[in-house]
Design a protein around this ligand. Structure first.
Ligand code: ZN
Length: 302
């Protein structure tokens, strides 16, 4: 049986794995994200070494962004204008293609995590849903009618604009492009800068969490209005403080004001706004699922 490679290419670490799914990972490494030369080199060396022992049919990449996910574009598979030093215009897919003669799947980290949750996690029963990560940044991906969300480029849900009441919250926001967009007000660094300590150490009853839940709920309610998702999966470092989930659900309920009439959103928000079932594994497992899709597409074409 063919095996697949997955790369979760994150801003702080790369996770590379070989296997077929959550119960079948044959090898895995974690590499700190340094320069593209060093880190891509280590990732490629890992798969080259693996190939001496096993048959790998395709590789999938879940990349931090922004990226070019359009297979018809000359810069398909590039990381584009990221603020991360050294990484703008990194040709991730071309580097892999140069090293491996096999299909390479490529998408945003959040779309790929969504795919992982659809295949093996919280979203197995739905076709239209979003996967949000609330951490160093805020990102959103997902599926509409079973297709990963693409378009002009890819969604940038973290940079939507949400109401900012400067009397309640004079904090200016941390987004280098927009200051007080959703990410600028509610990502991990905003939480830390506003309250003078990282989210990991803020106690559950600190007033920080009510405000954080308010901002997160504003974004979630907007996404619900635009995409009508059947499920909202929320992961990332900030959401690891699980006491925030009931606060976000309550704020969403208040904002919706019973306008969206579905049994899930009126009575069962605890089943509607959920953590990823794959936890922090959604990215790398999703990358393996993406590799399987890339292989299947290639196979159907032949
Ligand atoms: Zn922004």
């Amino acid at each position: 049986m063919a095996l697949f490679g997955g790369i979760e290419a994150g801003g702080t670490k790369f996770v590379c794995a070989v296997g077929t799914g959550p119960d079948d990972i044959r090898a895995e490494i974690r590499i700190p994200t340094e320069t593209p030369d060093i880190t891509m080199g280590q990732a490629i060396a890992f798969f080259q070494e693996q190939r001496t022992q096993r048959d790998i049919a395709a590789i999938g990449v879940a990349s931090f962004g922004p990226v070019d996910p359009d297979p018809g574009s000359p810069t398909f598979g590039y990381i584009t204008n990221t603020p991360k030093p050294g990484w703008p215009h990194t040709p991730v897919v071309p580097l892999l293609k140069e090293a491996f003669d096999m299909p390479i799947g490529f998408d945003t980290d959040v779309n790929v995590a969504a795919l992982g949750e659809r295949r093996w996690g919280a979203a197995q029963e739905v076709d239209t849903f979003v996967y949000l990560t609330i951490g160093t940044g805020i990102g959103g991906g997902g599926m509409v009618n079973g297709n990963l969300l693409h378009g002009l480029l890819h969604p940038e849900m973290g940079h939507m604009f949400v109401p900012h009441n400067r009397e309640r919250d004079p904090f200016p926001g941390v987004c280098p492009f927009h200051a007080d967009c959703w990410e600028g007000l509610a990502n991990g660094p905003a939480l830390e800068a506003r309250w003078g300590q990282p989210g990991e150490t803020l106690p559950p009853h600190h007033e920080a969490w009510a405000l954080e839940a308010h901002y997160l709920a504003l974004g979630v309610a907007n996404i619900m209005m635009v995409l009508s998702p059947q499920l909202v999966v929320m992961g990332g470092g900030v959401m690891e403080r699980e006491h925030i989930f009931p606060l976000v659900r309550q704020e969403v309920k208040t904002l919706l004001n019973d306008y969206i009439q579905s049994p899930t959103t009126t009575d069962a928000l605890d089943k509607y706004i959920v953590p990823p079932a794959l936890g922090g594994r959604a990215g790398v497992l999703g990358a393996i699922a993406l590799a399987q899709r890339a292989w299947q597409i290639d196979h159907d074409r032949l």
